[in-house]
Design a protein around this ligand. Sequence first.
Ligand SMILES: Cc1cn([C@H]2C[C@H](O)[C@@H](COP(=O)(O)OP(=O)(O)OP(=O)(O)O)O2)c(=O)[nH]c1=O
Length: 206
Amino acid sequence: MFQTTSPLVLGSGSPRRRELLEGLGILFAVHPAVDPEPEFVTGSCPEEHALDAARRKAREVAVAYPEAMVLAADTIVVVDGDVLGKPENAAVALEMLQRLAGREHAVITGCCLRMHAKGYEQGFAVRTRVWMRDFGKDVLTAYAATGEPLDKAGAYGIQDRAGFLVERIEGSYTNVVGLPLAETIKLLLEQDIIKARCHETYVVWR
Ligand SMILES: Cc1cn([C@H]2C[C@H](O)[C@@H](COP(=O)(O)OP(=O)(O)OP(=O)(O)O)O2)c(=O)[nH]c1=O
């Protein structure tokens, strides 16, 4: 339903971000940033932190594609002023999940769109409130053992098996998955990187 009208690079290795954009028919190259993400400084603003991390990714990748628009993002889970990143193993995943169970936390995604040659850069951060049910240690241990938490901030993926853990959310669902689509698509349209396309061409493989 969209068509890419100007070169776009997704500066992210996240399969979720790729799938969210691909699902809308948007074409882009993928070039993940490799520089280490900044450490969260306790007491600092989580939105600023996520935005800063997204900016760094976008700036790193934009140098390699100076004429293209680069989109990068960073998703963090915030509870009691602490930021939960990706767990190193199942034991750490279980600890994170136990911390989130039975209460509210926030998922914040910072996004940055940058074109090096034009010196263009625009960023924003989106917050979603998430309430997780407490299913107890056995259930959380079983989920941690699936391996799914390992590449996800806060040790869960709302879009996969962990969907049942989430009682409700307030705010953007795609923001939790890793890319707030309403805000991202608005910016891509404004910058003439994509445009709406009424007539889809369907290819049927037999
Ligand atoms: C909370 C949550 C996070 N996540 C994922 C989204 C992100 O991929 C990941 C957070 O890590 P990020 O550092 O934001 O992204 P990434 O390392 O996967 O990719 P890159 O740095 O190359 O852009 O957690 C989910 O898939 N589902 C969820 O419900």
